[in-house]
Design a protein around this ligand. Structure first.
Ligand SMILES: Cc1cc2nc3c(=O)[nH]c(=O)nc-3n(C[C@H](O)[C@H](O)[C@H](O)COP(=O)(O)OP(=O)(O)OC[C@H]3O[C@@H](n4cnc5c(N)ncnc54)[C@H](O)[C@@H]3O)c2cc1C
Length: 71
């Protein structure tokens, strides 16, 4: 059996949604592979600000990292 056949999760799309899902699954030790139809990253800017919900998710990552240091 090839590695691809044994991977539990295949994420299609390496944008913020796919990469956030990848981080959350990796944190839970779920093996993943990310594929994207585009051969390269978008070179422009799509980030003038961080939306509140995105900020909430990023803050949970920061809190987990900080709380691990306190243990
Ligand atoms: C000009 C502009 C400015 C913006 N500014 C901000 C901002 O300041 N703050 C903010 O929070 N948001 C901003 N946004 C919105 C933000 O970019 C989107 O909310 C965010 O990119 C959505 O992420 P996503 O992963 O869902 O989709 P996308 O970023 O579109 O990523 C989807 C990925 O999936 C890939 N894909 C698509 N179909 C397939 C397929 N069939 N198989 C494999 N891969 C596939 C694409 O190539 C792409 O890489 C802006 C958007 C634009 C256009």
């Amino acid at each position: 059996m090839t590695e691809m056949e044994t991977l539990p999760v295949l994420i299609a799309g390496a944008g913020p949604t796919g990469l956030t899902l990848a981080c959350e699954l990796a944190r839970r030790s779920v093996r993943i592979r990310i594929i994207d139809k585009s051969p390269e990253y978008y070179h422009g800017s799509r980030a003038k600000g961080i939306q509140p919900r995105s900020l909430e998710i990023i803050m949970t990552w920061a809190w987990r990292k900080h709380s691990r240091k306190l243990e």
